[in-house]
Design a protein around this ligand. Structure first.
Ligand code: F6R
Length: 243
């Protein structure tokens, strides 16, 4: 694990965006794995800036998002489809047919999950994946559990996660209780992983991820086994690390 601690969110975002940008410069037809939530927003803004400066191009890029709430249609403002459109896709030249986000409204969610895995496989796997981390140590929506879920699956969200994500909704009752998420194997098979985390609220999960035992009770701890992970933290998120 490479660990980088930055002074500000802006610096963290620039560093994460630069890792993505160098991937796209070296391999213009990269398959990129994307996350939602507040952590990668600055990185997306920086990628848009680099794109506008003419240094990267998304023409040949294929993207796969980690997850989506079950029950929210793409035009729902709280959906991850909507989030991605607002924060990244509407600003760059990624082709709509190359964008993949799990469906939250498929008639058969099990089939949708299997199809998603197949699409990732057919695209040749993910070259670079950005992750955030939940206060409870989740990555994607892989919640603390007694076992790791390998593939894309349906998740019952933890109360912790519902409370943390309520900030994006009008009321906590509006937060969906289920999601569809890539599994741990999907994430671990990405050739490169960049995880970004900021703020004191993440410090305990970050410490467990880096210094704790590898356990499905703190899903991000599995990243210790990945050969190419870069973790970019601000000082608050890094504050409980022993060195
Ligand atoms: C989002 C996702 C989640 C978030 C995590 C942190 O697609 O998969 O794992 O990365 O919940 O969220 P923020 O960044 O809002 O603190």
């Amino acid at each position: 694990m490479k660990i980088i601690v930055t002074k500000t969110y802006e610096e963290l975002s620039r560093k994460a965006a630069n890792l993505f940008a160098s991937q796209l410069i070296l391999k213009p037809n990269s398959v990129i794995g994307l996350a939602t939530g507040s952590s990668p927003i600055g990185m997306y803004q920086e990628l848009i800036r680099i794109y506008n400066a003419g240094d990267i191009d998304f023409e040949e890029v294929v993207s796969f998002n980690l997850d989506e709430y079950i029950g929210l249609s793409p035009d729902n403002e709280q959906s991850y489809h909507y989030f991605m459109e607002q924060n990244l896709f509407s600003h760059i030249n990624l082709r709509p047919e190359n964008i993949h986000i799990p469906s939250g409204i498929a008639l058969d969610m099990e089939v949708a999950a299997k199809t998603y895995d197949k699409m990732i496989e057919e695209a040749g796997g993910i070259d670079i994946q950005v992750l955030g981390i939940g206060n409870n140590g989740h990555i994607g929506f892989n919640e603390p559990d007694v076992k790791f879920e390998a593939r894309t699956h349906i998740v019952e969200l933890e109360q912790d996660t519902i409370e943390a994500n309520a900030r994006f909704f009008n009321a906590i009752e509006e937060v969906p209780t289920k999601a569809i998420s890539m599994g741990i194997k999907n994430i671990m098979q990405s050739r490169k992983i960049v995880l970004v985390a900021t703020g004191e609220g993440k410090a305990k999960a970050v410490q467990g991820m880096i210094e704790g035992p590898i356990t499905p009770e703190l899903p991000a701890s599995v990243l210790q086994l990945h050969p190419d992970v870069t973790i970019i933290l601000d000082e608050a998120a890094a504050s409980l690390l022993s060195k």
